[in-house]
Write a protein that binds this ligand. Structure first.
Ligand code: PMV
Length: 336
């Protein structure tokens, strides 16, 4: 099915529009505990495996959008206007081209504030696209279902489909060629004691995008098929550990899942390795802490930074080792 047919199916009232003057929306960043890695369709961002994430509460993107009369988009990111040639602006305009295809009638002023480092493997594109589609939905009063918003966010960036809710979110991979069964939904379980620590080791833009890295891994890693099998098992076990509030099981499964994903990259050709010396050193510290019976685990995305998983009761001990950790309380707000 052609992309614009899919869009029209998702936004039935796309052409009957009476837009508001302005709209604004927030979407939280999300960190996968069971990763999405590899696409069965790279145009529609359809994954081989299902995944599960946790939202970073108030860390994310606020996007304000209004229609302009200039026949081109104006993108402002964290108070700075971005040139149309920069990848952030290009991605947004390409996404708007897709939504309003085949011929764009509307151009926009888009003002986004993201309070996490951009493109450093901290899920900035996920919250960016989720906030954008929410803001468009408000602007044009489309009144879309969460399911359709999730599918539309996925078309911007796969993991964006999980950035529409707080708390734990599952993305079912689906099997349809048009991707209409590939969307996310929130899990009801809350876990107030759970903490995420952002260990920022580098704010540099990643050397290779997750889109390209995934493609190389799917095509060349001898372990790619094992990844899909393992991730599918991990997802079920991670869901069980969340339901049981079994932190040791969750931490182990999430850390091993991230390491398995990175193993597909290390064994790709050309090899991909996002680790910096500081990443490896932090992993060693975390493993040493576990030897000392401190229950702390990590996960890692397409970048050198780590996200630590632990419980509130161990916060002080964790801070002794990582004093600069940014602490997220994922269940501080009610689930959206
Ligand atoms: O949504 P993308 O294309 O930025 O890919 C995200 C990939 C990972 O962050 C590494 C894993 C995940 O599930 O978020």
């Amino acid at each position: 099915m052609h992309k614009s047919t899919i869009i029209h199916q998702l936004i039935p009232n796309l052409n009957q529009t009476n837009p508001r003057e302005k709209s604004s929306a927030f979407a939280p960043a999300n960190i996968a505990l069971c990763k999405y890695w590899g696409k069965r369709n790279s145009e529609l961002n359809l994954p081989f495996n299902s995944s599960l994430s946790i939202a970073l509460a108030n860390k994310g993107a606020v996007t304000e959008i209004s229609i302009n009369n200039n026949k081109k988009d104006k993108v402002v990111l964290n108070e700075q206007e971005i040139s149309a040639e920069e990848s952030f602006a290009k991605k947004i305009s390409a996404y708007l081209d897709l939504i309003f295809s085949p011929q764009r009638k509307f151009f926009f002023d888009i003002n986004t504030k993201i309070n996490i480092p951009i493109a450093a493997g901290l899920a900035s594109s996920a919250c960016g696209f989720a906030a954008l589609i929410k803001a468009l939905n408000e602007l044009f009063v489309w009144q879309l279902s969460d399911q359709n918003l999730s599918i539309l966010a996925r078309l911007g960036s796969g993991s964006a489909c999980r950035s529409l809710w707080n708390g734990f979110v599952e993305w079912q991979a689906g099997s349809r060629a048009d991707g209409l069964d590939s969307y996310a939904y929130p899990l009801q379980t809350q876990w107030p004691e759970l903490r995420i620590g952002l260990l920022l080791l580098s704010e540099k833009v990643k050397p290779i995008s997750s889109r390209d890295a995934m493609k190389i891994a799917v095509q060349t890693s001898p372990f790619y098929q094992n990844w899909v099998t393992q991730a599918t098992q991990d997802l079920q076990q991670i869901k069980n550990s969340i339901a049981a509030h079994d932190f040791l099981a969750l931490g182990k499964l999430a850390e091993r899942n991230a390491l398995t994903m990175h193993a597909t990259m290390h064994t790709s050709w050309p090899p991909i390795n996002y680790n910096l010396p500081a990443t490896n050193a932090a992993m060693q510290t975390i493993w040493q802490m576990r030897e000392e019976k401190i229950p702390v685990f990590f996960t890692q995305d397409a970048g050198p930074n780590l996200k630590l998983l632990f419980l509130q009761q161990d916060l002080k001990k964790i801070q002794d080792y990582f004093p600069d950790l940014e602490i997220i309380t994922p269940f501080s707000n009610p689930i959206l």
